[in-house]
Design a protein around this ligand. Sequence first.
Ligand SMILES: [Zn+2]
Length: 323
Amino acid sequence: MAPLIADLCQHKEGNLYVPALDCWLDADTPRPKGFVSHAHTDHYAAHQVIICNPETAQLLTLVKPYGEALPPCRPLRLGREVAHGDARVRLLPSGHILGAAMLHLEHGGSSLLYAGDVRPSGSATAPPAAPLPADHLVVEDTFGALDEAFVDSREGAARVVEFCQSTRQEGASPVLVTMSGCGKAQEMVIALAAAGLTTALQSKIWHFTRLYARLGVPVPLGARLGQETVPDADVVLVTCAYLEHNDLGARLHRPKYALVSGWAATANARHYDAAIPWSDHASRAELLSFIEAVQPRLVWTFAGEGKLARELQAAGIGARHLA
Ligand SMILES: [Zn+2]
């Protein structure tokens, strides 16, 4: 049995479980009841019942495998506190992507903040994170040391626009490559539109962008990439997965590719013409400020290799890494 995080949350079978709510947190395999913090594929599993923010419930219709039904979602609005037996629970914005939520739990005189993927500064499509104080903070350490290289949203947007404009001035075709169809893709569309640049979107990104607009985000829809053709647009925007199965070289004049992701800070980016380390995760400095604001007695980290927990311990802050 894996360690117990106080009596609030257990780490077992490689996932996090909250006994007071009888609920799993971002579990990667289907459970009777699961909290899904946001609409990225690696946080979704077909639980029998899903607890999430209403915006996430909408976005999950595009995240679940094609042809499968979305399990029933019990929506919980950001900021609204609800009682569950002796426990009180509240969802708070995490700043990661549209709808992304942290879960704050109070039970038995102790409190826990499950932050998951967090970007304290927020973005053009997600409000800033709300770091409510908690005795225990559970936070991802996805990027290890890479996050020291991340640029903020403003600089990321500026570098994306600069790459596209300079590529077009050379007479080449700019292609922006991101990891997910949902999140930074829509932030890039907004930044490009503000600079007067039009976009052609991979179908998956196009569907997410249309849903973002329906959910009230002021994002222009852009054109949609066809199977064989590319519509008339200044910039093409696709995911890494799309490029693995599609050759844009045959459809574009001199394509130049920029990877826009936290992973742009790794050696993987050497396959691209440009690398822009703009992430929808916190930079290292942001993460440390966030932890300071939550004032936890103990920080629990997961994902990654435990670098953050070791850093915190060295600084005299109680921290443990969940391997
Ligand atoms: Zn995510």
